[in-house]
Design a protein around this ligand. Structure first.
Ligand SMILES: Nc1ncnc2c1ncn2[C@@H]1O[C@H](COP(=O)(O)OP(=O)(O)OP(=O)(O)O)[C@@H](O)[C@H]1O
Ligand SMILES: [Mg+2]
Length: 458
């Protein structure tokens, strides 16, 4: 459920994040405050508003402890346009790769679909009504159109003995059948606008962003073209509904709102920031890394980016960067960029206590997921507390003996643990499987004890 950002206090934002992310309170607090500051900024006088820069954040912490997860949840939580990018996918202007401005274009595209969906909801009812009329027209070709008859355009014919029932009553009968779902599989022929065909995708591959404007034009050329298509009533209804909704919303208003929302509320999450930070080596790669930082800088500082939806001012977009910063430190970033990320928060390595919570508490906790998945096959999984504790300990042990991949270890361990049950689920339908500490040990002990094996499997 998305919420209105305006009404969320920092405390409430943290509470929402708590439903999915265990611990990492400092990071949660920092993002909550940064978000709230922007709401506060909205309430300032225009003059003052321009002076307040967003407090960009760098999240520092080992792999698999929740950095990306916090950002992902944050985006779902609020209506702010959000985009997540990896710093490593950019290369300096002039090299092969995506140019950094594409992150802003992606943000705007996302915002456009977000605003469009919202407005579509507002016109859905009207669009449904219109789509139904069109469907009836298609189902009753030749039988005069009700609206026209109603308007009196066609002279009303008195129904004689050999004449068919009046148009309106046939139409109403069909309407009833349509609504009761009797006609779903019937075939009709609809006009489909070619923009609904995937062919257009050919033009929108990555690396072509600079051609944005041209792509827009191509869209218009194709947009008007119609193609007839035979399909079922069910599918036709979807097509017609989409078309009617498109007709009912004003795209200019959509883009205007979307650009505004990006400028005021947009969030860019730059992952893998540490990978472009190192200054130690002076190989060619690093020259390019510093180049990427120099390219990112103006966007973070505030500049105007051209997109196909108009010019976007990035001055008040919130940037959240993240990275493990094992090999490099935030101080290895070029100073100008460091200054633009004034907030540093460290995320903690996870303990086996945390793992127990991660396995059980979040809304989407792994154990809940497995229970639900197997329930679909009629198999009840029951984990006892000692078993969960044991799984957490094993995750911790394997992390400390091989690579520490944080909570991701839980995924691999759970997969190995439940492999047998998963595989045989159909044979044990209707049964309850108790996952006890012994079960965990029996399934995993050998793998954990054999270092090579655990490196390979877990
Ligand atoms: N604190 C946590 N609470 C709940 N789940 C977590 C937590 N940390 C990690 N996870 C789970 O572990 C997985 C990996 O976490 P995430 O993607 O946030 O790692 P990360 O910190 O971004 O690591 P990386 O530096 O490798 O990108 C996610 O599926 C997430 O659900
Ligand atoms: Mg990550």
């Amino acid at each position: 459920m998305k919420m209105d950002l305006d009404s969320l206090t920092p405390k409430q934002i943290v509470e929402q994040l708590d439903k999915y992310i265990v611990g990492q309170n400092k990071a949660k607090k920092a993002v909550a405050i940064a978000l709230r500051n922007r709401t506060r900024r909205q309430r300032l006088s225009e003059e003052m508003r321009d002076e307040v820069a967003p407090k960009n954040i760098i999240m520092i912490g080992p792999t698999g402890v929740g950095k990306t997860e916090i950002a992902r949840r944050l985006s779902r939580l609020c209506k702010a346009p959000f985009v997540k990018v990896e710093a490593t996918k950019y290369t300096e202007v002039g090299y092969v790769g995506r140019d950094v401005e594409s992150m802003i274009r992606d943000l705007v595209s996302g915002a456009v679909s977000m605003v469009k969906t919202e407005l579509q909801e507002q016109v859905r009812e009207e669009a449904q009504r219109r789509a139904e009329e069109t469907l009836l027209d298609l189902l009753l070709p030749g039988v005069g159109k009700a609206p026209a008859a109603a308007r009196g355009a066609i002279p009303q014919v008195q129904p004689g003995p050999e004449q068919p029932a009046p148009v309106s009553s046939t139409r109403e009968k069909f309407r009833e059948k349509l609504r009761s779902g009797e006609l779903e599989d019937k075939t009709v022929e609809v006009n489909v606008t070619s923009s609904q065909f995937p062919a257009i995708e050919i033009f929108s591959g990555t690396g072509l962003e600079e051609m944005d404007v041209n792509i827009g034009n191509l869209g218009n050329i194709f947009g008007g073209r119609k193609k007839r298509k035979k399909t079922t009533v069910a599918r036709a209804r979807d097509i017609l509904l989409a078309e009617e909704m498109d007709k009912l919303i004003d795209m200019e208003r959509v883009t205007e709102q979307a650009v505004n929302r990006v400028e005021q509320m947009g969030i860019v999450f730059i992952d893998e920031m540490d990978k472009i930070a190192s200054r130690q080596n002076v190989s060619g790669v690093d020259v390019s890394r510093e180049g990427v930082q120099r390219d990112i800088l103006p966007i973070v500082e505030g500049s105007k980016v051209h997109t196909r939806y108009g010019i976007v001012d990035t001055s008040h977009i919130l940037f959240i960067a993240a990275g493990a910063f094992h090999m490099s430190k935030p101080s290895d970033l070029i100073p100008e960029l460091q200054g633009r990320f004034p907030l540093r928060v460290e995320l903690q390595a996870l303990t086996s206590e945390d793992f127990v919570k991660i396995l059980t508490q979040p809304r989407n906790a792994l154990i809940k997921q497995y229970e639900e998945l197997l329930r679909t096959e009629g198999v009840e999984l029951v984990f006892d507390d000692q078993a969960i504790r044991r799984i957490a300990e094993i995750a911790n042990e394997v992390n400390s003996r091989t690579e520490n991949i944080g909570a991701r270890r839980l995924h691999t361990i759970m997969e190995s643990l439940l492999e047998e049950v998963s595989f045989n689920a159909t044979d044990i339908e209707g049964q309850t499987v108790n996952i006890t500490e012994k079960y965990v040990d029996d399934r995993l002990k050998d793998i954990v004890e054999d270092q090579d094996l655990s490196r390979f499997i877990l």
